[in-house]
Write a protein that binds this ligand. Structure first.
Ligand code: C2E
Ligand code: CA
Ligand code: CA
Ligand code: CA
Length: 287
């Protein structure tokens, strides 16, 4: 629809320009939010499936918007990637996660937490300073490199030489790389040959409905076939696995039958503040 503006200009009220303007506005808002420290990190526990003990965490960013309240990453990560603001935002998540993980290890001891993971986007991996930033986050926090997990998706990994060089360098440093949302991409299998992964995170879409009995014998159950193939592959290659999006105890039972030992999901634990993770770790301390 067109409206006649004050000075006679045509203004597009709900035309094609709107999304572009919305993105620009969001870009400006993100910049302001970074300056005002409106971002914070929550941590979702990664748990053992036999005794429900926490063995790791995944850092997930949140935006405490002054007017809109808590905004989830799905609403601003794409704009942050487009505007390049993901680089300073990602640096904040990296430094904060390393600092927090080192603090947990200092307070609760080396066995309290095997690792802390965080998500890294393609844009960050393309940044020539990324490896140096990871190095300085580890040095400044005192977090040992083998405690850090960087989660990357297939689409981020398949971005050519620069990204591939960075990933191999991180691997050489002893940092563990996890393939996130595994199985959703088009070339998950060939990817494992071309990429120094230590961990496979089975995507939630293969855990959804895995507990449903469709009447066929277990070996022929289509819902379980991918999860079974992935754990066999991981075992053969010596990789660790995490089953994502575990929402009920029945899924834990099936995943354990298939050989999964570690999971993440609302049934095991929700994303929570660092203080709540500390409470969990304190409760888990051997008497
Ligand atoms: P992801 O890396 O696959 O992270 C898991 C997402 O699934 C999180 O959503 C988590 O809260 C949610 N989740 C966990 N358990 C369950 C469950 O049982 N059921 C369901 N339905 N969902 C579950 P969140 O925090 O909204 O993050 C969404 C995505 O945003 C992440 O997906 C990740 O791709 C991205 N993201 C989050 N934080 C960062 C960050 O610091 N940097 C970058 N680049 N991306 C981030
Ligand atoms: Ca992730
Ligand atoms: Ca994931
Ligand atoms: Ca996902």
């Amino acid at each position: 629809a067109k409206q006649q503006g004050k000075a006679g200009f045509v203004r597009y009220v709900d035309g094609m320009r709107e999304p572009v303007l919305a993105h620009m506005r969001l870009g400006g808002e993100l910049r302001r939010a970074l300056e005002n420290d409106e971002f914070r990190v929550v941590y979702q526990p990664i748990m053992r499936l036999d005794d429900y003990r926490l063995i790791g965490v995944e850092a997930l960013v949140r935006w405490d918007h002054p007017a809109r309240g808590v905004v989830g990453p799905a609403e601003f990560i794409p704009a942050a990637e487009r505007t390049g603001l993901i680089v300073p935002l990602g640096r904040f998540v990296l430094r904060e996660t390393c600092r927090q993980a080192a603090a947990w290890l200092a307070e609760f001891g080396p066995d309290a937490l095997r690792e802390a993971g965080l998500n890294v986007s393609a844009r960050q991996l393309h940044d020539p300073d990324f490896v140096a930033e990871v190095t300085s986050a580890l040095t400044d926090s005192g977090l040992p490199c083998e405690r850090l997990v960087l989660e990357v998706t297939e689409s981020a990994v398949l971005r050519g030489q620069q990204v591939s060089r960075a990933l191999y360098e991180l691997d050489r440093m002893g940092i563990r790389l996890a393939l996130d949302d595994f199985g959703t991409g088009e070339s998950s299998l060939s990817l494992l040959r071309a990429f120094p992964a230590a961990i496979i995170k089975l995507d939630k879409s293969f855990v959804d409905g895995i507990e449903i009995d469709d009447g066929r014998p277990a070996a022929a159950d289509a819902r379980q076939a991918v999860a079974r193939a992935v754990i066999q592959l991981a075992d053969a290659l010596g990789l660790d696995t995490v089953a994502e999006g575990v929402e009920c105890p029945e899924q834990v039972t099936v995943l354990r039958e298939l050989g999964y030992t570690v999971g993440q999901g609302y049934h095991l634990a929700q994303p929570m503040t660092a203080a709540d993770v500390s409470t969990l770790l304190a409760r888990q301390q051997p008497a």
